[in-house]
Design a protein around this ligand. Sequence first.
Ligand SMILES: [Zn+2]
Ligand SMILES: [Zn+2]
Length: 829
Amino acid sequence: MSELFQEEVTWFADILLPVPIAKLFTYRVPRHLSQEVQIGSRVIVEFGRGRVLTGVVGKIHENPPQGYPAKYITEVLDPAPIVTETQLWLFQWIADYYMCAVGEVFQVALPSGLKVTSESRMEWNPNFDRPDRLEEAEQPLVQALQEKPFLTYPEAQQLVPAGQLNALLKALVAKQAIILYEEVKERYSPKKVRKLRLASVYTQVQAAMELLDQLNKHPKQQAVLHAILQEIGIHRLSDGQEGIPKADFLARHDLSKSALQTLVDKGILESYEAIIPRFPKPTQEDTSEVGLTSAQAIAYTEILGHFQEKDVVLLHGITGSGKTEVYIRLIQEVLASGAQVLFMLPEIALTTQIVTRLQKVFGTSVGVYHSKFSDNERVEVYRQVLNDELSFVVGVRSSIFLPFSRLGLIIVDEEHETSYKQFDPAPRYHARDVAIMMAHKLGAKVVLGSATPSLESYQQGLQGKYGLVSLTERYGEAKLPRIQLVDMRAERKNKTIKNDFSSVFLDQIRLNLAGGGQTLIFQNRRGYAPYIQCEVCQWIQECPRCAVSMTYHLRSQELVCHYCGHTDKPPRKCPACASSQVKTAGVGTEKIEDDLQVFFPSARIQRMDLDTTRSRHAYQTMLHEFEQGAVDILVGTQMISKGLDFDLVRLVGIFDADRMIHFPDFRAAERAFQMLTQVAGRAGRRSNEGLVLIQTKNPNHPLLKKVVEHDYLGFFDQEIQERQAFHYPPFTRVIELTIKHPDFLLAEKMAERLARALKGILGDQRVLGPEKGLIEKIRNKFIFVLWVKLEKDRAQIQLAKQSIQEQMDDVLQDRAFRQGQIIVDVDAY
Ligand SMILES: [Zn+2]
Ligand SMILES: [Zn+2]
């Protein structure tokens, strides 16, 4: 053995794998791949028996793993890393902070098109020579395999009776009649189109003109060539042709298909396949300046001023104050300096208007990262950011995982929105908080914007940790709408309520219809009725798997559980007392829609909720119709509250404010104030005559008063005192532990044991509960909840998290709780 060979180092790589195990796995780097394995590159490895996974290299080192022999990395997928070191750092930070496995972060961070799956395939063994040993039952598979090069598992399943495939495959493999293997398949597929171009011998102007003359005798062919030259532009022939998409070329010019084919056959035209980006490259930007009002200009200057010393600025701008114009100016500034910008929105589907506005200013150079986009489209945005071809991305919470390298600014619009927090599954991260972390790491600035800031952010602003900038007047001529509470107790007393509509409500809708204004009606419950109930014995239909009533949906004529999706037919008779007096109770959006149609037969009414907006474009279409004035009344859930800018809405009606306020959660008041203010803010955005009506049985409630007075600061002062008195965030951090078990008593036992252990370590006053879940049972699992409240001391929180993890592991390792589950939610919302 030569000395040189002995000195050669064996390299190992720690790989992030998309599995919920809190560690990296060490693999050995094969010599022939030692150049290609780099930090951040995707590799294929074998994990467990026969499972093939894509991972990303997190670390390269010389230390073999302890306790197990390292397997070799099978393959390297990319010539260059696709995950940056900043991203790797961020994944680990999220895993540590939100108490989850780094693999779980990795799982949500990359679009699934960048992950590779293993797929079983089967193939006929060409050397098999004992057909006499094959059984009758195996014939369908054998025949199919002899006709096709291979079968996938799902294809094979179609061919044999249910449940028999595994046994048949096992037998065929044992007889060596077939070969089973794992095909590693990349899910991303580029988008291709067929294009036409002129063969290269004719790309000189002279040659092209001569050719056109030669075709005099074939007028149809001549017409085709003429159209091609027209589209390419004759003077651009020699610049290298772009090619013309074939799809509607013939139809566009009304030309003959056979003439085109003849030109292709003669070698004059070429028909070829081209890969096209799903998002066209930047063409032309409309760099026209956005005019700012003096209030907006002051806000803009103040933001820049704060950025001299602070990394985060909270822009508190009332609804309709024109925060977007301020954002646009900031974005222009940052892009001009050569840095990247990320603009985050709570849900893009709901904010089409903002994207459209941004595209007007920034043209096609805006990348959109969107949950309703296909995975291929997301891979494309990811790659464009990675390759530095895209400087400006608008996206939902997962856009925080894009591979930015020159980030200059993150805007988190509607920063108070709960949809920035991922609830399920892990990582249960808050995208706003992660954005601040990421910006800090990359030296970028952050603007948080909202008309109703979260208490956390506003307090940071007051304490001077964030810059605080306010926009307190509405844009242009518009004034804030008048908000009026409708006392439902008085209406009930006077018997003026019709199907849950107060007389005030109905009168104002009638007036508004007559005046040609549009009305929004807000009710945060979809379906027709939240219950069906027996009028004789009060029986209510509950979901068999969850401890909640089932919602009646009239359109689909079924009962639906909104927690697990279970559906049922509504009973004709009460199953408890056999009475046929089974009626719906409560009000959902479907019922409001139907009732309004009865009250106002000629009004054009539309409903916007989860049920009517499932398809990709439904939301946009509906919004467009509403903007065009084709709809008089729009009934909707919280979907209609978010960032929508409607010119003609004069009246907003809020159905049931009480339910929001009395929700048993320490954040209920904050949520209710935000929701009511945001919905109210849709009225009167372009005129002086906005009116908002709120139906309530409790018109003296202090929170409603603050909503009526548009008094965010008053609300903040009141609420922050409560939070301080009861040691809730933002004064503490809350970690929520949810314990689930299919057996009620075991769930309770688990929760009590965990609570006891944590109280012993952290002190009684820091651990609250256990209490039964707000909904005691979901999907046949009973739920108990514990809350750990911690002072804001980083070192202490770190230690507490460690103890929580240890105690959780301890409980879960107990065989008695085998079927149990504990979910940790840090900064639970
Ligand atoms: Zn009954
Ligand atoms: Zn259910």
